[in-house]
Design a protein around this ligand. Sequence first.
Ligand code: MYR
Length: 185
Amino acid sequence: MAPVAPRSGDAIFANVERVNAELFTLTYGAIVRQLLTDLEEVDEVNKQLDQMGYNIGIRLIDEFLAKSNVSRCVDFRETTDVIAKVGFKMFLGVTASVANWDADGTCCSIILEDNPLVDFVELPDNCQGLYYCNILSGVIRGALEMVSMKTEVTWIRDVLRGDDAFELQVKLLKQVPEEYPYKDD
Ligand code: MYR
């Protein structure tokens, strides 16, 4: 029998990451399935996924800022770019692109060609109104709220609904200026 060659650290890591990604995808699927069973109404499941994402987002921003070395963004354009290129890479292992800016720079789309949450997923006919990845809109909304940006995040395109990509519209509703904690005098 041929001796088993020791695997390099990189190969082992690649494998561990692959297994974890699959476990993550399957676990998310199990959560959505359970919500569908418990809540019965697809609209309620959409709301619940968004709320769960929001609760994650308001915590995840700390980890993002600590690990990413990203400093304060100068404007909303830079912020959405950071979400697409750094945030999605860090937490989902994919990058996204930003497009479809409106004239005043307060509304754009984050477009995902690749989305590990939907590997192995096919929606049955009775789930057509489901925004399966609604957790992501909540994560973005929650994370941005923690850096003083109130946003509305909605799905424009969804591969599970027959579209050619995933497109999330991110609209800046209000930017609360952060207060400087010390008086100058
Ligand atoms: C700043 O303070 O100006 C920097 C703001 C950066 C916000 C980045 C939010 C990251 C959200 C990650 C979403 C990942 C979804 C999978």
